[in-house]
Unconditional design. Structure first.
Length: 246
Protein backbone atom coordinates (compact mmCIF):
# COMPACT_ATOMS: atom_id res chain seq x y z
CA UNK A 1 0.00 0.00 0.00
CA UNK A 2 1.35 3.38 -1.00
CA UNK A 3 0.33 7.02 -0.66
CA UNK A 4 1.96 10.07 -2.11
CA UNK A 5 1.68 13.76 -1.11
CA UNK A 6 -1.70 13.46 0.62
CA UNK A 7 -3.32 16.69 1.76
CA UNK A 8 -6.60 17.07 3.62
CA UNK A 9 -8.11 20.01 5.48
CA UNK A 10 -11.33 20.44 7.44
CA UNK A 11 -12.57 24.02 7.74
CA UNK A 12 -9.04 25.34 7.44
CA UNK A 13 -7.51 22.81 9.86
CA UNK A 14 -4.78 20.76 8.19
CA UNK A 15 -5.38 17.07 8.94
CA UNK A 16 -2.88 15.69 6.39
CA UNK A 17 0.06 17.70 5.09
CA UNK A 18 2.06 16.09 2.29
CA UNK A 19 1.90 12.56 3.69
CA UNK A 20 3.87 10.05 1.62
CA UNK A 21 4.27 6.49 2.77
CA UNK A 22 4.99 3.02 1.43
CA UNK A 23 3.91 0.09 3.57
CA UNK A 24 5.35 -3.44 3.48
CA UNK A 25 3.26 -6.24 1.98
CA UNK A 26 3.12 -8.09 5.30
CA UNK A 27 3.87 -7.31 8.95
CA UNK A 28 2.48 -5.09 11.69
CA UNK A 29 2.65 -1.32 11.36
CA UNK A 30 1.71 0.96 14.26
CA UNK A 31 0.67 4.59 13.74
CA UNK A 32 1.05 6.72 16.85
CA UNK A 33 0.78 10.38 17.74
CA UNK A 34 -1.32 12.79 19.80
CA UNK A 35 -5.04 13.35 19.26
CA UNK A 36 -5.59 15.36 16.11
CA UNK A 37 -2.35 14.20 14.51
CA UNK A 38 -4.16 12.89 11.41
CA UNK A 39 -3.99 9.16 12.12
CA UNK A 40 -7.67 8.32 11.61
CA UNK A 41 -7.92 10.74 8.69
CA UNK A 42 -5.13 8.80 6.97
CA UNK A 43 -7.04 5.52 7.43
CA UNK A 44 -10.22 7.17 6.16
CA UNK A 45 -8.47 8.39 3.02
CA UNK A 46 -6.85 5.00 2.41
CA UNK A 47 -10.22 3.28 2.61
CA UNK A 48 -12.23 5.80 0.59
CA UNK A 49 -14.39 7.15 3.42
CA UNK A 50 -12.81 10.58 2.92
CA UNK A 51 -11.57 12.07 -0.33
CA UNK A 52 -8.13 13.72 -0.13
CA UNK A 53 -7.79 17.31 -1.31
CA UNK A 54 -4.64 16.34 -3.19
CA UNK A 55 -2.32 13.37 -3.60
CA UNK A 56 -2.85 9.74 -4.53
CA UNK A 57 -3.15 6.28 -2.98
CA UNK A 58 -2.28 2.96 -4.61
CA UNK A 59 -2.67 -0.69 -3.77
CA UNK A 60 0.06 -2.67 -5.51
CA UNK A 61 -0.01 -1.07 -8.96
CA UNK A 62 -3.66 -0.02 -8.80
CA UNK A 63 -4.63 3.60 -8.21
CA UNK A 64 -7.37 3.64 -5.54
CA UNK A 65 -7.41 7.40 -4.91
CA UNK A 66 -10.99 8.00 -6.00
CA UNK A 67 -12.51 4.58 -5.40
CA UNK A 68 -15.54 4.13 -3.13
CA UNK A 69 -15.09 2.21 0.15
CA UNK A 70 -16.85 -0.91 -1.11
CA UNK A 71 -14.58 -1.14 -4.17
CA UNK A 72 -11.46 -0.74 -2.03
CA UNK A 73 -12.80 -3.43 0.31
CA UNK A 74 -13.23 -5.79 -2.65
CA UNK A 75 -9.54 -5.31 -3.44
CA UNK A 76 -8.66 -6.88 -0.09
CA UNK A 77 -8.67 -4.06 2.46
CA UNK A 78 -10.76 -4.26 5.65
CA UNK A 79 -10.92 -1.86 8.57
CA UNK A 80 -12.37 -1.28 12.00
CA UNK A 81 -13.51 1.99 13.54
CA UNK A 82 -13.29 3.53 17.00
CA UNK A 83 -17.08 3.16 17.19
CA UNK A 84 -17.75 -0.55 16.73
CA UNK A 85 -19.97 -0.91 13.66
CA UNK A 86 -21.77 -4.14 14.48
CA UNK A 87 -25.42 -4.98 13.94
CA UNK A 88 -26.36 -5.24 17.59
CA UNK A 89 -29.81 -6.79 17.08
CA UNK A 90 -28.62 -9.94 15.29
CA UNK A 91 -26.46 -12.80 16.45
CA UNK A 92 -22.69 -12.91 16.64
CA UNK A 93 -22.66 -15.60 13.93
CA UNK A 94 -24.96 -13.61 11.64
CA UNK A 95 -22.69 -10.56 11.90
CA UNK A 96 -19.76 -12.62 10.61
CA UNK A 97 -21.83 -14.33 7.90
CA UNK A 98 -23.03 -10.95 6.59
CA UNK A 99 -19.41 -9.84 6.20
CA UNK A 100 -18.62 -12.66 3.76
CA UNK A 101 -18.01 -11.24 0.25
CA UNK A 102 -19.80 -11.97 -3.03
CA UNK A 103 -22.70 -13.97 -1.65
CA UNK A 104 -25.23 -15.38 -4.11
CA UNK A 105 -28.09 -14.21 -1.92
CA UNK A 106 -27.03 -10.62 -2.58
CA UNK A 107 -27.77 -11.03 -6.31
CA UNK A 108 -31.41 -10.54 -7.29
CA UNK A 109 -31.97 -13.57 -9.55
CA UNK A 110 -29.98 -15.95 -7.37
CA UNK A 111 -31.94 -14.77 -4.34
CA UNK A 112 -35.29 -15.21 -6.13
CA UNK A 113 -34.47 -18.61 -7.60
CA UNK A 114 -32.42 -19.73 -4.58
CA UNK A 115 -29.87 -21.10 -7.06
CA UNK A 116 -27.05 -22.50 -4.95
CA UNK A 117 -27.93 -20.15 -2.11
CA UNK A 118 -28.62 -22.81 0.53
CA UNK A 119 -25.38 -24.63 -0.21
CA UNK A 120 -23.41 -21.39 -0.10
CA UNK A 121 -25.06 -20.37 3.19
CA UNK A 122 -24.01 -23.69 4.72
CA UNK A 123 -20.41 -23.11 3.62
CA UNK A 124 -20.49 -19.50 4.89
CA UNK A 125 -21.86 -20.68 8.22
CA UNK A 126 -18.99 -23.14 8.67
CA UNK A 127 -16.41 -20.55 7.68
CA UNK A 128 -17.96 -18.01 10.05
CA UNK A 129 -17.89 -20.53 12.90
CA UNK A 130 -14.23 -21.23 12.12
CA UNK A 131 -13.44 -17.53 12.42
CA UNK A 132 -15.35 -17.31 15.70
CA UNK A 133 -13.27 -20.21 17.00
CA UNK A 134 -10.13 -18.36 15.92
CA UNK A 135 -11.05 -15.24 17.92
CA UNK A 136 -12.45 -17.24 20.84
CA UNK A 137 -16.16 -16.47 20.39
CA UNK A 138 -17.50 -19.82 19.17
CA UNK A 139 -19.46 -20.31 22.39
CA UNK A 140 -21.12 -16.92 21.84
CA UNK A 141 -22.18 -17.63 18.23
CA UNK A 142 -25.93 -17.55 18.93
CA UNK A 143 -25.89 -14.60 21.33
CA UNK A 144 -27.00 -11.18 20.15
CA UNK A 145 -24.02 -8.96 19.40
CA UNK A 146 -25.27 -6.44 21.96
CA UNK A 147 -24.95 -9.08 24.71
CA UNK A 148 -21.18 -9.24 24.31
CA UNK A 149 -18.77 -7.29 26.48
CA UNK A 150 -16.91 -4.40 24.88
CA UNK A 151 -13.78 -6.50 24.51
CA UNK A 152 -15.73 -9.35 22.95
CA UNK A 153 -17.30 -6.91 20.51
CA UNK A 154 -13.78 -5.88 19.46
CA UNK A 155 -13.02 -9.55 18.81
CA UNK A 156 -16.22 -9.78 16.76
CA UNK A 157 -15.24 -6.79 14.61
CA UNK A 158 -11.91 -8.53 13.94
CA UNK A 159 -13.74 -11.72 12.92
CA UNK A 160 -15.94 -9.67 10.57
CA UNK A 161 -12.84 -8.15 8.98
CA UNK A 162 -11.36 -11.60 8.47
CA UNK A 163 -14.62 -12.82 6.94
CA UNK A 164 -14.05 -10.41 4.04
CA UNK A 165 -10.88 -12.38 3.19
CA UNK A 166 -8.88 -9.14 3.24
CA UNK A 167 -5.10 -9.26 3.04
CA UNK A 168 -4.76 -5.82 4.65
CA UNK A 169 -6.38 -4.97 7.99
CA UNK A 170 -6.57 -1.35 9.14
CA UNK A 171 -7.48 -1.24 12.82
CA UNK A 172 -8.37 1.91 14.76
CA UNK A 173 -7.29 1.43 18.39
CA UNK A 174 -7.88 -2.35 18.62
CA UNK A 175 -7.01 -2.62 22.33
CA UNK A 176 -8.31 0.73 23.60
CA UNK A 177 -10.75 0.49 26.48
CA UNK A 178 -10.34 -3.23 27.18
CA UNK A 179 -8.86 -4.91 30.24
CA UNK A 180 -5.24 -6.18 30.06
CA UNK A 181 -6.23 -9.83 29.59
CA UNK A 182 -8.40 -9.02 26.59
CA UNK A 183 -5.71 -6.71 25.18
CA UNK A 184 -3.20 -9.58 25.40
CA UNK A 185 -5.63 -11.85 23.58
CA UNK A 186 -6.20 -9.36 20.76
CA UNK A 187 -2.47 -8.71 20.34
CA UNK A 188 -1.75 -12.43 20.17
CA UNK A 189 -4.33 -12.77 17.39
CA UNK A 190 -2.72 -9.95 15.45
CA UNK A 191 0.66 -11.67 15.68
CA UNK A 192 -0.91 -14.90 14.38
CA UNK A 193 -2.41 -13.02 11.45
CA UNK A 194 0.95 -11.41 10.68
CA UNK A 195 2.53 -14.86 10.69
CA UNK A 196 -0.11 -15.96 8.16
CA UNK A 197 1.10 -13.25 5.78
CA UNK A 198 -1.35 -10.41 6.40
CA UNK A 199 -0.48 -6.74 6.67
CA UNK A 200 -1.91 -5.15 9.82
CA UNK A 201 -1.86 -1.38 10.27
CA UNK A 202 -3.13 -0.18 13.64
CA UNK A 203 -3.57 3.14 15.38
CA UNK A 204 -2.81 2.87 19.06
CA UNK A 205 -2.07 5.04 22.10
CA UNK A 206 -0.89 2.06 24.19
CA UNK A 207 2.85 2.25 23.59
CA UNK A 208 3.47 -1.03 25.41
CA UNK A 209 1.26 -2.75 22.81
CA UNK A 210 3.20 -1.04 20.02
CA UNK A 211 6.54 -2.15 21.50
CA UNK A 212 5.24 -5.68 21.84
CA UNK A 213 4.02 -6.45 18.32
CA UNK A 214 4.91 -3.73 15.79
CA UNK A 215 7.58 -4.25 13.14
CA UNK A 216 7.37 -0.63 12.00
CA UNK A 217 6.28 2.51 13.84
CA UNK A 218 5.04 5.69 12.14
CA UNK A 219 4.76 8.82 14.27
CA UNK A 220 2.39 11.58 13.16
CA UNK A 221 1.92 15.10 14.45
CA UNK A 222 -0.15 17.97 13.02
CA UNK A 223 -0.90 16.00 9.86
CA UNK A 224 2.71 15.13 9.10
CA UNK A 225 4.85 12.02 9.48
CA UNK A 226 7.68 13.09 11.79
CA UNK A 227 9.37 9.73 12.39
CA UNK A 228 9.32 6.24 10.91
CA UNK A 229 11.27 3.07 11.63
CA UNK A 230 11.60 -0.01 13.87
CA UNK A 231 10.14 0.41 17.39
CA UNK A 232 13.55 -0.03 19.04
CA UNK A 233 14.82 3.02 17.16
CA UNK A 234 11.79 5.32 16.96
CA UNK A 235 10.44 4.85 20.47
CA UNK A 236 13.81 5.51 22.09
CA UNK A 237 14.31 8.93 20.53
CA UNK A 238 14.24 11.54 23.32
CA UNK A 239 11.79 13.83 21.51
CA UNK A 240 9.39 10.93 20.88
CA UNK A 241 9.69 9.67 24.45
CA UNK A 242 8.94 13.12 25.80
CA UNK A 243 6.05 13.97 23.50
CA UNK A 244 4.28 10.64 22.95
CA UNK A 245 5.43 8.07 25.45
CA UNK A 246 5.81 10.04 28.65
Amino acid sequence: MHCESLYKSFDGVHALVGVSLTLPTTGIVAIIGPNGAGKTTLLNVWTGFIRADAGRCALSDRDITNLAPDRIARLGVARTFQDLRLIQQISVLENVMLARPNQRGERLWAALLRTGVAREEAVNRQQALSLLRFVGLAENANQLARALSYGQQKLLTLACCLATEAKILLLDEPVAGVHPEMADRILELLVKLRNEGKLIVFIEHDISAVRRIANLVIVMDAGRIIAEGPPADVLERPEILEAYVG
